[in-house]
Design a protein. Structure first.
Length: 277
């Protein structure tokens, strides 16, 4: 769990930015005051809006509530693939109601995670994950909202399920972590790739190569806070205010000016999530 090291110093401001995927509750936000304080820290360095993501039902309830507390916060709701075995009828009904809320801008994070089964007690089996993924795809299409994907060691099957079900109009691969071949496959399908602090890790050679291949119109940036704190702060707690570190690292890889990349990713987030400008 992050937090063994002190929190990073705030970066030099870089604006405008939108954190396309974070977890305010996991960062420690509990009420309207703590949500506002967290977003204030982000806004001070140019991160003016955030999308807080649910990975279970309690987190989904919190995300929607937080998005109503603060106009700078938007929400996405789903059950994380490792929790897909909790997707009973009552949970489906509540998630569907939450996902229809006007402050919810995506269905996610959903998808497939082949790393944790067999390692994590209670982790959903692959069969449950696939069934849950199919249900979330259908939900996103019925609500006409973007689908936000968690993909861990499941490249082939994630693409196969999307092809089989028929992908929603907009598909976002959050925290893209695969190689250049997967990036090219996603780009060819029109999917959006969102990059987190992992793109700044010096040993992430395949990911860093992949990040150079994504067209400007198909790229987002995120923190996935409190996890994946960018270099050189690995092991420290992450928050949305850390996003400029990742954007500068990504811009360096892509040969872009960080200010230009900030403007590109913000315009993309506004378009993809249908946010007011």
């Amino acid at each position: 769990m992050p937090g063994k090291r002190p929190a990073p110093e705030p970066p030099e401001p870089l604006a405008p930015l939108i954190d396309a995927h974070t977890h305010l509750d996991a960062c420690g936000a509990e009420d309207a005051e703590s949500v506002a304080a967290m977003v204030d820290r982000a806004a001070a360095v140019g991160v003016g809006r955030v999308v807080t993501i649910a990975d279970d039902l309690d987190a989904a309830r919190f995300a929607v509530t937080a998005a109503h507390w603060d106009p700078r916060v938007y929400a996405a709701v789903a059950l994380h693939p490792t929790r897909a075995n909790a997707l009973d009828d009552a949970t489906r009904a509540e998630l569907e109601k939450l996902a229809a809320d006007e402050r919810v801008v995506a269905v996610g994070e959903t998808g497939l995670d082949y790393y944790w089964p067999g390692k994590l007690d209670g982790c959903a089996a692959v069969e449950d994950q696939v069934e849950g993924f199919r249900w979330h795809i259908d939900l996103a299409k019925r609500l006409d909202k973007p689908l936000m994907i968690h993909n861990r060691e499941a490249d082939h099957d994630v693409l196969a399920v999307l092809l089989d079900e028929g992908a929603p109009e907009t598909v976002i691969f959050h925290c893209f972590s695969s190689d250049a071949n997967m990036a090219q496959a996603c780009v060819a399908e029109g999917y959006v790739l969102s990059f987190s602090g992992t793109v700044s890790f010096k040993n992430a050679h395949e990911l860093r190569d992949a990040a150079t291949l994504v067209p400007d119109e198909q790229i987002l940036v995120e923190t996935d806070a409190p996890f994946l704190t960018p270099h050189p702060f690995r092991g420290a707690p992450n928050e949305p205010y850390c996003l400029p570190y990742t954007v500068r690292a990504l811009a360096g890889l892509r040969g872009q000016d960080p200010t230009d990349l900030a403007a590109i990713t913000t315009a993309n987030a506004e378009r993809i999530y249908r946010l007011p400008r």
